[in-house]
Design a protein around this ligand. Structure first.
Ligand SMILES: Nc1nc2c(c(=O)[nH]1)N[C@H]1C(S)=C(S)[C@@H](COP(=O)(O)O)O[C@H]1N2
Ligand SMILES: [Mo]
Length: 420
């Protein structure tokens, strides 16, 4: 790439000139940022203002939303009670045992009774050599919008599984957290043992997580330790972890399954708007921003379609595949990461990021969030409906390939827009 071009791109995306020179144009083209920037066009001021007003890529710790069960909810307990029930770093311990109903054979179960339960000190000892970090969006399968996007740090769960020396009959692992010692309040999730032992498709490992965005996990996020699974919806990410059961069961047994949910559904790719002007003057530019959840199959495009409500909707095309969709701009990596991460730096190493530069190796990153922006130059007066959709790396247009609600939200969002 010619150095002037690199300088230009660097200024327009907040990345360093060296970074571009090192990456070359191939990486940039893959990001989809090159064409818009090479045209030399400054963004339209209304669009730039909307982009400048976007939330940060990493969610501030206080802005994470909460989905917690329990009466009382475990994070609402006072410090003394949390100490009593083992929900502080100095009192926590984890039992890793055979499922009494479907026993896996273990040589060394980790139990409180035998004084072999796994403590926070043990976890920190493993963390010295085994700690991993990865970015992940936390999304409830049952809610529309994600709860937060963060860098989660922990030790692979398999390191602790191996401590029990399993020998035979281990097919599934299920786990639960503290729920007021009341079996009726238990919220349990599960994984095939293979997912814990091996990281397929370039995914980071399933972890026993103790930090979020560089800070100790808060009680609300599941302190002191929760399970975090890179590609899963929220319900698999059990908070206030207290027990892991190694089982010969071959079926899922998640509490969420009892509530009619698809418990084997990895994160879907979908998008939503973040800002759309409700009312605009005719002929005035319309600036729209939004986010996309980058699911297991990646994100190739975000598209927008603004439809005049007086015109009929196409018949027999319920996902609007034949509508005149237009590409939005998927925004490049942000200048600042936000989310209260110390020094605004992605710590090295973090899965998906170059440890030397702290910049992502590709963009957008799977199982995280990406922001997008779209500009319509102006419309005649009328009532309109704006829709947005994603196209994943397999060329599936939202809500495909998995349109069913109980496997996670992917419906095409509709927003009303008045042009006066
Ligand atoms: N112990 C426990 N873990 C839990 C839950 C719970 O109720 N209890 N809720 C789950 C669900 S359904 C979701 S969506 C996520 C939400 O994570 P968050 O509260 O950190 O945002 O936590 C999961 N982990
Ligand atoms: Mo959830």
């Amino acid at each position: 790439m010619n150095p002037d071009t690199a300088e230009f791109l660097a200024q327009h995306s907040g990345l360093t000139r060296r970074y571009f020179l090192r990456r070359g144009t191939a990486g940039l083209a893959a990001w989809g940022v090159l064409p818009a920037l090479l045209r030399g066009a400054e963004r339209e001021p209304a669009l730039q203002t909307a982009i400048d007003g976007l939330e940060t890529w990493l969610t501030k710790l206080d802005d994470f939303r909460d989905v917690s069960r329990g009466k009382p909810r475990p994070h609402s307990l006072d410090e003394a009670k949390r100490k009593e029930v083992g929900l502080t770093r100095d009192t926590w311990s984890l039992e890793v045992v055979a499922d009494p109903d479907n026993k896996a054979q273990l040589r060394k179960p980790l139990t409180k009774e035998n004084g072999t339960a796994f403590t926070f000190k043990d976890l920190m000892k493993l963390a010295e050599t085994q700690a991993v970090r990865f970015p992940k969006i936390m999304t409830c399968l049952n809610l529309g919008c994600p709860l937060g996007n963060g860098i989660w740090e922990g030790v692979p769960l398999r390191e602790v599984l191996w401590l029990t020396q399993p020998s035979l009959n281990l097919r599934r692992v299920f786990y639960c957290g503290y729920h007021n010692d009341d079996p009726k309040q238990m919220f349990r999730s599960s994984l095939p043992v293979g997912r814990i032992l091996e990281d397929m498709y370039g995914l980071p490992p399933v972890i026993l997580c103790y930090k979020l965005n560089g800070q100790w996990l808060s009680p609300e996020r599941g302190a002191p330790v929760r399970v975090v699974i890179p590609e899963s919806y929220g319900f698999k990410n059990i908070k206030w972890l207290s027990h892991v059961f190694l089982s010969n069961l071959w079926t899922a047994n998640d509490t969420y399954g009892e509530q009619n949910n698809d418990v084997d559904s990895p994160l879907k790719t979908f998008c939503e708007t973040l800002s759309v002007p409700k009312i605009v003057k005719s002929g005035q530019p319309i600036a729209v921003t939004g986010y996309a959840q980058v699911g297991i199959s990646g994100l190739k495009k975000v598209q927008v379609w603004i439809h005049n409500d007086d015109d009929d909707l196409p018949e027999g095309d319920k996902h609007f595949v034949k509508a005149p969709w237009q590409d939005a701009e998927i925004l490049p990596p942000p200048k600042t990461w936000g989310g209260d991460i110390p020094d605004d730096k992605i710590p090295a190493p973090t899965h998906g990021f170059d440890p030397a530069t702290g910049q992502p190796k590709s963009w957008p990153l799977r199982a995280t969030k990406a922001h997008w922006a779209f500009l319509n130059p102006g419309l005649p007066a009328g009532e309109y409906t704006l829709r947005c959709r994603t196209i994943d790396e397999n060329n599936n247009a939202q809500p495909m390939p998995r349109p069913y609600r109980k496997s996670g939200r992917a419906a095409i969002q509709e927003v009303g827009l008045s042009v006066l």
